[in-house]
Design a protein around this ligand. Structure first.
Ligand code: CA
Length: 421
């Protein structure tokens, strides 16, 4: 076989994202790297003695069913692994010769492996860091005068989500039931949500973590952020609207959160670092991170209804936005999360919150795109959507565009299933 990478592949030599996969049914899960249409088996490479440096000490962390132990090793080990893999693949790509051992025994076709959750997530936080999203949702839930609450411009608002209901890509999402106050009613009913929504987000995995009681300064964030994934924070808006006061979202979010299988290292995104929105008022000193902490990552969401799939129609793009629009950045989120001494551990996931941009075509969820259902979206079949229907397939994608290459996340996709009887 000859190793080549299509120019529009999210998994270029500059990406080298980590994931956990099974090469075949019943085989043990292990760590791999996606490259083009292939998955490189790092556990097999490690067995061949490739990772001999001081940080990886043989690379036995790659023979595990989760990335947590690799995440715990810290930046020196991450840099070492990336350099080894990049050198091996670059030599093969430039040689234009068929792949030779040890690489040939360690490459699997990406469409033939089973992708699992990349990490065993102990704790999961979801922030609310897009000013546009917070303003739009606040306006719909509370009216335009109280859209942005007084604390919002001073701290990255967040809540603790459910790590136990994180789902890998391709896992179906079952429409949840819950308590809903129908419009005009004085008493709630219990039943399937009528307002199932997606939220387009990006999350990051924590590396070594901190000692309980010791905050991570914003300036040290780069040593604590292992890599990024796409996140879909499925939301039931009618359940949320009734339950969220005064303690925030609860059952309207905890039924499912999907994450993409390939963790893009922070190092891969460095060329796309840029300035985010200006922050006014100036954040308190513990929330100030030196240098730019936004990243230019194009993001989009597409929808394909069951009727569209049946008719062979391609998915409809619902939104195109960018990670750089976020008001509160990852360094600030991590600093705020740990500012009270809260412990974060390897594999903890901190997600951005819905990423909406300043224009009407850059909104990160249906609640905003249809303005609370008031402006249904027409589909090419003649159907319309206010919220997600059973049989809909929702897919997120994201990438940074370099000159002649991409650093991408691939796709995060799921099908909506009917509520249980
Ligand atoms: Ca969210």
């Amino acid at each position: 076989m000859l190793l080549t990478i299509p120019t529009n592949s999210p998994f270029s030599l500059h990406t080298l994202p980590y994931g956990v996969f099974r090469p075949g049914a019943g085989e043990p899960a292990r760590v791999g790297v996606a490259v083009g249409d292939w998955v490189l088996d790092l556990a097999a490479l490690a067995a061949g003695g490739v990772f001999a440096g001081p940080g990886l000490r043989g690379g036995e962390v790659f023979a595990r069913p989760a990335l947590n132990d690799f995440m715990a090793l810290g930046r020196a080990a991450w840099d070492e692994a990336r350099a080894v893999v990049q050198r091996l693949l670059a030599e093969t790509l430039t040689s234009m010769r068929p792949v030779a051992p040890p690489l040939s025994r360690t490459l699997h076709r990406r469409d033939e492996v089973e992708l699992l959750l990349p990490a065993a997530v102990g704790d999961y936080t979801d922030f609310y860091s897009s000013r546009e999203h917070a303003t739009n949702v606040g306006a719909m839930f509370r009216g335009p005068e109280a859209a942005l609450l007084p604390n919002w411009l001073h701290l990255p608002v967040g809540y603790h989500g459910r790590a136990g209901t994180l789902l890998p890509t391709e896992a179906d999402v079952v429409r949840p039931r819950g308590q809903i106050l129908p419009p005009g009613a004085t008493a709630p009913v219990f039943g399937p949500t009528r307002e199932l929504d997606f939220e387009l987000e990006v999350g990051f995995f924590v590396g070594p973590g901190n000692r309980h009681g010791e905050p991570i300064p914003a300036g040290a964030a780069a040593d604590h952020i292992f890599g990024l994934v796409l996140v879909n924070d499925w939301s039931a808006r009618d359940i949320q609207r009734w339950e969220y006061r005064p303690l925030g979202p609860f059952l309207s979010k905890s039924f499912a959160t999907s994450i993409s299988p390939w963790v893009v290292p922070l190092a891969a995104l460095e060329p796309f670092r840029c300035h985010g929105p200006a922050q006014d008022p100036l954040p308190l000193p513990y929330l100030r991170a030196a240098g730019p902490w936004a990243f230019d990552i194009h993001l989009e969401a597409t929808l394909q209804s069951a009727a569209m799939a049946e008719a062979g129609l391609p998915p409809l793009t619902l939104t195109r936005t960018n990670f750089r629009h976020l008001y509160w950045n990852m360094a600030q989120q991590l600093a705020h999360q740990t500012s009270n001494g809260c412990a974060v551990r390897p594999g903890d996931l901190l997600a951005s919150g819905t990423i909406s941009g300043p224009t009407p075509d850059a909104l990160g969820c249906l609640l905003e795109l249809t303005w609370g259902g008031a402006r249904p979206i027409p589909l090419p079949t003649g159907e319309t959507r206010r919220y997600l229907e059973d049989g809909d397939r929702l897919t997120l994608a994201g990438w940074s565009q370099g000159e002649g290459y991409r650093v991408g996340f691939g796709e995060l996709t799921a099908l909506v299933r009917p509520a249980l009887e």
